[in-house]
Design a protein around this ligand. Sequence first.
Ligand SMILES: *Cc1c(COP(=O)(O)O)cnc(C)c1O
Length: 433
Amino acid sequence: MARLKTQLVHGVPVDDNNTGAVNPPIYNSSTYTFKSVEDTPRWDYARSGNPTREFLERQIAQLEHGCQGFAFASGLAAIHAALAIFKPGDHIIVSDNIYGGTYSLINEHFTRWGLVFHPIDTTDLRLVDKVFKAVEDEGEHVEAIYFETLTNPLLKVNDTAALADIAHEHGAIAIVDNTFLTPYLQRPLDVGVDIVLHSATKYLAGHSDVNAGLAVARERDIAERLYFSLNRLGGVLAPAECDAVRRGIQTLALRMDRQQENALTIARFLRNSPVVADVHYPGLSDSPDYHLALRELNGFGGVLSFEVKKGVDPADVLNNLHVFRLAVSLGAVESLAEFPARMTHFEVPREERLKLGISDELIRLSVGIEDVFDLLEDLKQALDIAEKAAFSGRNEGNRIAVDSQSFERAFGGELETGNVHDVSGVRDINSVQ
Ligand SMILES: *Cc1c(COP(=O)(O)O)cnc(C)c1O
């Protein structure tokens, strides 16, 4: 069988193409003819299925090592469909650090429909086991655990294999949102997860030009429940968008390789900046999640976050970036910067947000494929402006040591020797086929 990088390019062709075109056709047809009234055609109506969508669904199922894939109009439509397989009264353990839109979907929609959620820190495995048992002690049963492989915006690594094991020990299924890693960096179904979800809007499509969601089931019975959700709730991805995601997936490995190389260089630079208090990126060898990431992942991804020191206004950094665009979303070829407290995590009440560690000083970067020197220079000049603003008086009591040589010291030497390209310890994706 072809290796992953080859699979990305070729997919699993749907046998529908008489022309020899190297790209699968986009079928702009909502309905398909029957040969006769007795006919049961492969495709009859586009919401139920169509060849363009099927190409993408086969592609993601192959990449994630699942039995069937499903393409939705957005990531949230995919998450909605996955949670819609449950019924009122079902208990679900959910990570307390999840995408803001998912947080709202759970708290403002699904609780109204009678699902019972138990939000906890899923990086604490003993706590997870305890909550399963606590629900069982009440005579109830947990049906599922839901979490993200890499959390947003603090980039904590969930131990996917261990969480899937705990879920199965308690007769529950594991559902994960793998948006931040993609099958290139982790395949959750291989370690026992039952449903993997994606906002394909991000890395899979990769060009900030389409909203899309994908789901993949490991086994047939769950695939059937997901298909019911897709077809009956109707949040399907349109053919042209399916093709945009397909094309994006073809270059996933190339993009992700550059993005993580750039992200690691930037993380190292930021860690040495006098304006930065903390950097969150699992690829830093002193990150608390570094060893877990090495064990479970094939890379560290292209998103990182950092906190400026108290007294420095994060807006002074963000408003002065020029190469990084100030925007929500992530995973595309261009670099983006954003302020979680106001831009992506406003749905989470401030007190809860602070408890999760998403501070008012936190900045998130989605690193693109640009020349890393342009990205570093952009950050350096914006951090300088923020440092000067803090230094020149808004907050006299909180002066920050100024060191004009810090930039050069921070990454100059490393870049000269080429060490920044060393992501040693990251396993070769080809070695784990
Ligand atoms: C963006 C995102 C979503 C939602 O996806 P949409 O395509 O915007 O609906 C869900 N989960 C994660 C982790 C995301 O980053």
